[in-house]
Design a protein around this ligand. Structure first.
Ligand code: GDP
Ligand code: IMO
Ligand code: MG
Length: 435
């Protein structure tokens, strides 16, 4: 069976956590391969809600190995809190969690850099990051000279390394922050991170070797994407993106697993669109429709609680990200949120400077000028969150899902009508069949 991936095709929060949890039953290993604690993945099991940020959503099933690979940026304090929180709720976290020694570590200077250094891009709009130190840590990784990986915390040279980095960062941050910046204490940071490292030690290893062995033995591995493809640093709405490759193209580089093992990619979409933070959003509805979506969909950020910007489904954007991510099938989530709208719109093209376009612009300024061309479909009044078979859906809801599939160019295999595991419909048993 080998590798299956679940990736978000919009701007994040597409319900990847729920879909990963569902598919985990057929997998032995679940892998987080990019991003960090900017992610907030919700899994609801029998009315209990779990919010996962760094630990793969597979942790809720006892026999699954959860792996965090080198493509992730890891805040040790955050993952330790997450481990403690799960244990308090009776979830087993022990030898089922493995962390790559190649993972880059987030330090207090990354959080300070994000707080003090201007987050605005040239036109003055803020990126609106999650303030989890993600961008500064990835920047240090690429720059190399002041980066620290998890494996470095167990080497004798670590104190010296932290001391010289702190001297450099204090100088830089002192200039930027002025009176608002309190210099960092290298010895205190070293002591604290030694404690973190000690607690994390049983989990740390070479995840690349582990995953390659597992795949060579034909074990079923599930890759859990974070963020969404439109936030991909290379292929998304740059610069209003995150700092990793969050589309399907990031799976190999983040995990160390070559593409030949990736047999199936599931693209997750909401039945509408949301975005947290800055950047263009052509189908945004800052009106009653947007408010309907925010209230019914409880569209407030999992990580920062910011209200999410809401709008119609953008088939131009999702066709682009589905192709980019190589998706075999779609999971359409939060369909229930559209109930009671008299009509539903889908963006099928953009008009930019009088020209009609069905391709996604590569430059954000063009996207910002795009006027969406809509197709209008009839809505449905009935509540659908109790539907368990596609045949039970109102004909308008089925027609809507079929139209999304046609416009995006991929079959819909999963439809979700509520946060719980049970509130899910499968088009066939293709995805839930055991290998
Ligand atoms: P992720 O980051 O992609 O895992 O998604 P989030 O967890 O940030 O956001 C998705 C939200 O929608 C969570 O609160 C889920 O519990 C919830 N959710 C998932 N599927 C459905 C659905 O089909 N209908 C509704 N109403 N809520 C859903
Ligand atoms: P999940 O995995 C939604 C957004 C931020 C901001 C931009 C850059 O739950 O889908 P960053 O802190 O990454 O430098 O912020 O990316 N963002 C997300 N939006 N869901 C996420 O994760 C996100 N992770 C980052 O709001 O616009
Ligand atoms: Mg989320």
């Amino acid at each position: 069976m080998a590798g299956t991936a679940v990736v978000g095709l919009q701007w994040g929060d597409e319900a990847k956590g729920k879909i990963v949890d569902l598919l985990t039953e057929q997998h032995e290993i679940v892998v987080r391969y990019q991003g960090g604690a900017n992610a907030g993945h919700t899994v609801v099991v029998a009315g209990e809600t779990y919010k996962l940020s760094l630990i793969p959503s597979g942790i809720l099933r006892r026999n699954v190995r959860c792996v965090v690979t080198g493509g992730v940026v890891l805040n040790p304090a955050t993952i330790l809190d997450e481990i403690d929180g799960l244990r308090r709720r009776g979830v087993f976290v022990g030898d089922n969690l493995m962390l790559s020694d190649r993972t880059h570590v987030i330090f207090p200077w990354h959080l300070e850099e994000e707080r003090l250094i201007h987050q605005r891009v040239a036109d003055g709009e803020a990126i609106g990051t999650t303030m989890r130190g993600i961008g500064p840590c990835y920047r240090d990784k690429v720059t190399r000279s002041s980066a620290i990986r998890l494996g470095d915390l167990y080497r004798p040279s670590i104190l010296q390394r932290i001391t010289s980095i702190v001297a450099e960062k204090n100088a830089l941050l002192g200039l930027k922050g002025g009176a608002d910046f309190k210099p960092l204490d290298a010895a205190a940071i070293h002591r604290q991170y030694q404690q973190f490292a000690e607690r994390l030690k049983p989990h740390v290893g070479d995840t690349t070797a582990f995953l390659l062995d597992a795949l060579e033995q034909d074990k079923a591995v599930l890759f859990e994407g974070a963020q969404g493809a439109l936030l991909d640093v290379d292929h998304g709405t740059f610069p209003f993106v995150t700092s990793s490759n969050s589309s399907g193209v990031g799976i190999s580089s983040g995990s160390g697993v070559p593409g030949r093992y990736l047999k199936r990619v599931i693209g997750v979409v909401k039945a509408y669109s949301t975005r947290v933070g800055g950047g263009p959003f052509p189908t945004e509805q800052p009106n009653d429709v947007g408010e309907h979506l925010r209230q019914r969909g409880n569209e407030y950020g999992t990580v920062t609680r910011r209200p999410r910007r809401c709008g119609w489904f953008d088939a131009v954007a999702v066709r682009y990200t589905a192709r980019l991510s190589g998706v075999d099938a779609l999971a359409v989530a939060l369909l229930d949120v559209l109930s009671e709208l008299p009509e539903i719109k889908v963006c099928i093209a953009y008009e930019i400077d009088g020209r009609r376009l069905t391709t996604f612009p590569s430059h954000v300024e063009d996207l910002a000028r795009a006027a969406p061309v809509y197709e209008t479909l009839p809505g449905w009044r009935a509540e659908i969150s109790a539907c368990r078979r596609l045949a039970d859906l109102p004909p308008e809801a089925r027609a809507y899902v079929d139209r999304l599939s046609q416009l995006v160019g991929a079959p819909v295999e999963i439809v979700s009508v509520g946060p719980d595991r049970e509130q899910t419909m499968f088009a066939s048993d293709r995805l839930i069949r055991r290998a």
